[in-house]
Design a protein. Structure first.
Length: 401
């Protein structure tokens, strides 16, 4: 893919909370609705194309949160996580159609089959890894048929449906686009059959290129084409030295015991092949965190899911993103702690290098992040301070992607 083509940049809503450091309660921000609203409105006005809302027992519900935020934004798309084992295909089809209609066609769906047995058991799903992907295949078969207006009669091993019709169809046809991630053979097979966009965590370019080619081949066998997205963190500063100092500061409270506990979870408890690929990049060692040009695996010492970040000045980070673009990446879902201030930081420093424009390009316009009513001066630091009030568990290894 040409590196001069437009590159869509999405942001992340930390519905589990965030803060200035990993691995500590110090300066933690709880996931209040006000804080999520501030981040979403900032992303909307800055020029991010959308936001990802994760799922899990440690997160606010993605669907309800998205529905509450949609009226407070204008252009932002909402990539909402859906866990197939937590509800029926017909229920989630109605959810997706309603969200798409309410938003005027801004709904996207990120299918998360799940990898933590204890977390899944909380939703009553005790299937094995391979069985969960078989269930996901059946779920998406029914879900897509319902939203497309096709006969949804289906009798599978795990799920069934008879005589289902959707009275209120979605705006986007045949259905809101499906995003899907999964590095196992089973996950790639489901993605190739159902997904519109395959989403991968930030591995080194050469390693990710091989996986992309594998997904393309499987999709071609199914008579389909598929798009590709990258989920990664960004630490962008005016100079390389400042960026790397910020990366070191982020993990300055991470202890060896916390690393050992998190790595045990990733390698011995999680059933995610992608999670194991993340852990193998650094092997739990502080001395192996730089795994490629401007590519840093510090998040993955203690954080589950996306464990890598691009670290550097705007020119170098943009160059690294273009390298991912050359292997087929069209959309980048980025994040950085804390998410409110860093949304401004990324937009101000990186967007000009990528040719992305938003309201931030107009320095005379203020920001009414609090009420969403016209321009008003409100600094990100002041807005963020309101949210920093309650502690959270120190263990961060189960944070979602």
């Amino acid at each position: 893919m040409s590196r001069t083509a437009p590159l869509d940049l999405y942001w992340y809503l930390p519905t589990h909370g965030d803060g200035a450091y990993l691995g500590t309660d110090e300066r933690h921000r709880p996931a209040t609705f006000g804080y999520m609203r501030d981040i979403a409105q900032a992303a909307d006005r800055l020029g991010f194309k959308g936001v990802l809302l994760p799922t899990g027992t440690r997160c606010e519900d993605a669907w309800i949160t998205a529905a509450a935020l949609i009226p407070l934004t204008e252009r932002l798309r909402f990539l909402v996580a859906l866990r197939p084992g937590s509800g029926t295909p017909s229920l989630f089809a109605r959810h997706a159609a309603a969200l798409d209609r309410i938003s005027g066609g801004r709904a996207l769906v990120n299918v998360v089959t799940g990898a933590d047995p204890a977390d899944l058991a909380g939703d009553g799903n005790k299937l094995s890894h391979s069985e969960r992907y078989e269930q996901t295949d059946e779920f998406l078969t029914i879900w897509r048929r319902i939203l497309s207006g096709e006969p949804a009669d289906f009798e599978g091993r795990y799920l069934s449906a008879q005589g289902i019709e959707l009275s209120f169809p979605p705006v986007q046809r045949p259905h809101p686009p499906l995003w899907f991630g999964g590095s196992s053979d089973s996950g790639i097979a489901v993605a190739a059959k159902h997904a519109d966009t395959y989403l991968s965590w930030g591995e080194p370019v050469g390693l990710l290129a091989g996986k992309i080619e594998q997904v393309k081949a499987r999709a071609s066998e199914a008579g389909r084409t598929i798009r590709f997205g990258l989920r990664i963190h960004l630490i962008v500063r005016e100079t390389e030295a400042e960026a790397w100092a910020a990366a070191d500061k982020l993990i300055s409270h991470v202890t060896d015991d916390l690393i050992a506990e998190a790595q045990h979870q990733f390698l011995n408890v999680s059933e995610s092949v992608g999670q194991k690929r993340m852990a193998s990049l650094h092997q739990g060692s502080r001395d192996k965190l730089v795994i490629g040009p401007n590519l840093w695996a510090g998040f993955g010492l203690v954080r589950g899911g996306a464990g890598t970040a691009l670290v550097g000045n705007p020119q170098n980070v943009a160059e690294r993103l273009r390298e991912y673009q050359e292997i087929g990446i069209e959309t980048v879902i980025a994040s950085a702690n804390p998410h409110l201030e860093e949304a401004f930081n990324v937009a101000e420093l990186l967007f000009p290098e990528l040719g992305i424009t938003g309201e931030a390009s107009n320095p005379e316009r203020g920001w009414d992040l609090e009420f969403g009513r016209g321009p008003r001066a409100l600094s990100p630091a002041r807005s963020s301070a309101r949210a920093a009030s309650a502690p959270q568990e120190t263990i961060v290894s189960k944070l979602p992607a």
